[in-house]
Structures are given as structure tokens and as C-alpha cells.
Write a new protein. Sequence first.
Length: 364
Amino acid sequence: MKIKTIEPIVLKIPFDAGASSQGFGDKPWTSYDMLVVRIETDNGLVGWGEAWGYGIIPATRTTIADIVSPHLIGREVAGFSAMLDEVRYKLHLFGRNGTVNYSLAGIEIALWDIWGKANNLSIHELLGGARRLAFEAYASLLPYRGPDIVAEISARAVDKGYAAVKLHEIEMAPIRAARAAIGPDVALTVDTNCPWTLQQAKAMARQMADCNIMWLEEPIWPPENFSALAELNRESGIAIAAGENVGSVREFSTMLSKDAVSYVQPSVTKIGGITEMQKVFVLADAHNVTVAPHSPYFGPGFAATLHLAATLPYAVQIERVYVDLEASPFAAMINLKDGRIAVPRGPGLGIEPDIAVLTRYRVA
């Protein structure tokens, strides 16, 4: 069974975020852009993957089509992990993080999907079996900045059944407003996307002391300053979480060896795929650090995260971006049921796209 075609597909899906959002990168965000990877084999099996993501999609799409795929077309699917390691080495000159990594992730997820279908096994079965098949979900809010709207949307998420709320805010007023709105017993986390020096982060952590924050996510610039993260993790009184910007298993090893985080957050579409994320799970276990998967996806990356999380020895909450898509090619998988998200059960990823929706929102 050989790889016949690799097709990167760009989707742009309008969404409702409940209010105007500042978005990430200080640009208004009104549509969810998704980079889906479709791989077909010479015997007709089709696998679906997802590559990171958002504003970098044009570069990742080009990397898949023009740089990575030529190394893979016509090669056997069996043994694909070793094959992708070979390609990763060949392309290391272009960086050990960034679009090559994202491309390999999207392709690898699709190949896992194919391998599961070929063997009539779910990915969690291929990975050794599931410990659980459903998870509580937490609502990952967009950045809003205004305290009133943050409070309103946080409360709305809890009313809809989400077990916890994650803010993307860097000022105290919206953080305090969210805590007041959801009450003292609902878990609240704060993702700041790397804005502060160590001293600034310490000062902000002191201000958050009475907000009962479950974790403070990515508080330090640059994100690879693991020594600063470790000092903050020891001294701030708030658990530190990070990992979505870490590009390799070796870099995760360095971060964990420094005791930089209490929650480690590998992102399957950024780290290089399912196999690399499994390696991070092993490292986290060796360092007694809890995994909190980074999963702001609505496609195969979300499904892959669910299968991976199913193999962990403890329950985790799954991140779900708190927006309502106009439509989704993978709608059944992303919908909340009684506050929980179910792991797909079928072969491979256990999901197939609605081709009509995929065609309608395809832009490249």
C-alpha cells in the first residue's frame, strides 16, 4: 500500500464568538481557517490529517505541497514513522520548528488514519488501548479584553455545560470579572500568549493570587526561557502551563528537566504528529508532570488529540475553542454532549468529513 496523493486543503469557516474579538496577533478574527490534509493510497484508502494553522496556513500549505510531499509520494505506508523521521532529518536545514514540523504533523495524522483503517482499528487501539472514551471539555475563549463581555461569555460557557473556562487575557479586570461571573468552584485558567518578562509575570501572578487560577499559561517571553518559567513555577503560587510553542521532543525534555511547568501542553499539529506527542507523554510521566493537551482544532487534529488523551492513565479536560462555526465538516465530533466530548470509535481517526461542507468552505 503506497502513498498516491497528498492534498492540502484550506477551509475558511465563519463563526460566531458571541462578541467582537481582538483575535490573535491583534487582527480581527471572524473565520476559523483550517488546513486539512487528504492522503489517498494506491488501493483507494483515504486518510485525513490537520496541520497548524491560523495565519501561517499559506506557508504550511506550500511546504506540504512543494517541499515535503515529493519525499513521500510513491512510498509504502507501512513503517511511516521511520519514513517521516527520515524526511524530518533531510529537511532539518529549514528549521526544527515551524512549517516543516506542522506539515509532517498533518501528514502523519492522515497516515495514522489510513493505517487504522487498513487494520480495522481505532488509533487509540493502535496506541495500546483507551483508559476512557469521553472527557470533560473546557471552553477556550477568544481574547475580548472588555471585562463585561468576558464575564458574560464565561458565564454562558458554564451554563452550556463546560467544566472550566480558559481566558486569553492579559489584564486583571477581565480576569476578575470572569471569576466573579462563573463563581468560586468552576476552574479558571489564563493563557497570556507569552507577553511578560519574569519580573512582570511575578507581579501579575501576585495580582491573581485571590482569583483561584488553576494554571497560568505561557506567561514568559520568550517561550523557550525555561529557567524563568521554572522560577515562576516555584515562586508564584500558581501552577505554570506551557508547551504549544515547543517544537521537538528534545526541547520538551529540556523544559521538563528544569521543572519549568506543572502542566505540559504538547500540540499534535505543531509537535509533528501523534508519534512525537506520545513521546512527550512518556517524558511527562517520568517527570511527574500532568499533560494538558493543546487542542484548538475542529478537525482531524482534534480527533487525534482525543485518541491520544484516551491512552493517558488519568482523565484530562479537553480544550474546545468557544465559538460556534457556521458549519463544520466534522460537526459530530466537536459537539458537546452533557458537558463531555466523546472519543471517535471507528477505524483510524473514526471520523469522515462531510464533503459538501468541505467543498462549500474550501478556499484553496
